[in-house]
Ligand binder design. Sequence first.
Ligand code: 0RQ
Length: 497
Amino acid sequence: MSFKVISAEEAASYIHHDDNVGFGGFTAAGTPKVVPAAIAKKAQEEHDAGRPFAIGVFTGASTNDSLDGALSRAKAIKTRTPYQSHKDSRNVINSREMSYYDMHLSHLAQNLRYGFLGKINVAVIEATDVSEDGKIILGTGVGIAPTVCQLADKIIIELNSHNPKELAGFHDIYQPADPPYRREIPVYKPSDRIGKPYIQVDPKKIVGIVETNLPDGVKEFAPADEVTTRIGDNVCNFLVSQLKAGLIPKEFLPLQSGVGNIANAVLGGLGNSPDVPAFEMYTEVIQDAVIGLMKTGKCKFASGCSLTVSPAVLDEIYKDIDFFRDKIVLRPGEISNSPEVVRRLGLITINTALEADIFGNINSTHVTGNKMMNGIGGSADFTRNAYLSIFTCPSVAKGGKISAIVPMVSHLDHSEHSVSVLVTEQGVADLRGKSPIEKAKLIIENCAHPMYKQLLWDYLKLERGGHTPHNLKACFAFHQEFNKSGDMALTNFDDYK
Ligand code: 0RQ
């Protein structure tokens, strides 16, 4: 190989204060593992010497501790988008020491190409292989790698020998033409391959290769508990009822399922139901449960942007890689999450809410209206364009001191116009074709926790009339009570009469 092998520190020397850096990968999967930490170290040294050092950080989605963790702790980020889920990152976002803007994941690559977000100076990409003529085989995540490789002046590759070379062929790299010349993305079923298995770059842009041998280190999922199992069962029974009523075609429709423990448990529930036929997935992250369902034959195919699976499950895939070869495709985020494809394929989408209001609006991102949790991720790419959009959440959080069902969401990510069904461990509210007051009654009756039902009825009794009967004085009473006493259940609507 004629590319120069360099250390992570030397790689960091190519990155200067004020640069914009685009990173490959998606979640911890395929995210660079040593260069970001070396950039953080450099930032620390520059700060110690009294010099400024902060970079723009663009990624496919959330990352790992070496990237969001180390760079946030070193105060080395001037601006960050689109999704993060690291506590140190959250801290500097919420203290406003780091400028963060949240955006739909499918939008980032095109917005970078349109030039809306400034110049990308350097791309840092994890790869499984790279050829002399600049063909890069990615690792377990794709994200925005193809676009940042195209836009950057310099490319740094972390060549990770932890990935078997047999990962070649799992990727489908396709970048749509930009308007006014864009046509439909020619994915007509989840398993369609429309691009190349590698990213082609100008080899002269590759300034160095950093060799690694490191696992992605995806966190283990919490085992399904009573609440997540009941949510999973409720989603499952609802989908079966829709199938039986002929409202979902008998062949079933491709599924999308969001991130986290709840999403993982919901998929597990679907897998156990004899009444749900074998299905395909057109999703963003392929989590542990999907791999289990492939082995039982319940999931026939998964198109995604990353293999975000725990280390033991990744080992299983690598040991039996030929079994999975014709069952998985990894695409760039703008294709895995393309609203146009989502609408056309007719996806059933299942995402997680932090809170939902009684009129069906969803907050996926902000705690008590002001503190950023993770970001909107790809949830709206899918929800807004779904055949059937489902939101799930436990009805209470923090041991019951927070009701996930509130009079009015304290931040809006998905409006009532995009949300078809709300599911908690208490039950299902099918919101299709319902007026706001009908939605409110269904959500309180079917989804709210028993300890919050009466309070929510009390709120509705305060109504000021109108189509959506909010009471603007009392609509944030739950949140105000939580800020005051730490327990939403102590809300007293008599104070608002
Ligand atoms: O906190 O761990 O400290 O107890 O929020 O909640 O119940 O473990 O759920 O891991 O599935 O995450 C919405 C954040 C849920 C995630 C969100 C507290 C709760 C707990 C986590 P603790 P759970 P999950 C496409 C899909 C947006 C992006 C998206 C997310 C912690 O699913 O980021 O959907 N979604 N992407 O106690 C205060 C509330 C709360 C609350 C829960 N109302 N107020 N705290 N918590 N409800 C895929 C991608 O984009 C990659």
